[in-house]
Design a protein around this ligand. Structure first.
Ligand code: ZN
Length: 133
C-alpha cells in the first residue's frame, strides 16, 4: 500500500535546521511493517538531509553552506535576491528515502531527518510518502 501525508514546519532564521524525525515517524501508518519512506520538501530554497542533530554540527553545517555559496553575485539575484538560497538547497536536495523496518524508521543511532532552511524564517510543507506492507 502507499500513503501520502504532509506537515508544516516553522523556521526561525534565514539559515536554520529543524529536526523533523518525530513528525516523519508519526506519519508511518500503523499497518505498515516493512517498506520505504520518502521525505520531500516542496520548496526550492530548503532541503532534506539525514545527519546527526548536534548543535555544534548544525552550526558547522549552516556555516559550511554559507561559505561554499557566496551570498551575492548571482544572476537570479536580479529577480528576487535569493540565488544563494536556491544554490544551497540544490546541494542538499529536496528529499531523502529511509527504510521502514518493524513499523519504524530504520535510522542509524546518530541519524536524524533534518530540514535545512536557506531562506527563512517561514513555514515549510514536508510531504511523507510511505510504500510498504
Ligand atoms: Zn528565487
Amino acid at each position: 500500500m502507499a500513503t501520502t501525508s504532509s506537515f508544516d514546519v516553522s523556521t526561525d532564521e534565514r539559515t536554520d535546521t529543524v529536526d523533523v524525525t518525530d513528525h516523519v515517524a508519526a506519519s508511518i501508518p500503523d499497518d505498515v511493517e516493512t517498506g520505504i519512506c520518502t521525505v520531500f520538501v516542496q520548496h526550492t530554497t530548503a532541503g532534506i538531509s539525514v545527519n546527526e542533530n548536534e548543535s555544534r554540527l548544525r552550526d558547522d553545517t549552516e556555516g559550511f553552506f554559507e561559505e561554499l555559496v557566496p551570498d551575492e553575485g548571482h544572476r537570479h539575484d536580479q529577480l528576487d535576491g535569493n540565488a544563494d538560497s536556491h544554490l544551497r538547497a540544490t546541494l542538499v536536495g529536496a528529499s531523502e528515502s529511509i527504510p521502514v523496518e518493524d513499523g519504524d524508521l530504520a535510522l542509524g543511532r546518530w541519524q536524524s531527518i533534518l530540514l535545512l532552511e536557506f531562506d527563512g524564517p517561514r513555514s515549510r510543507e514536508v510531504t511523507v510518502t510511505v510504500v510498504g506492507e
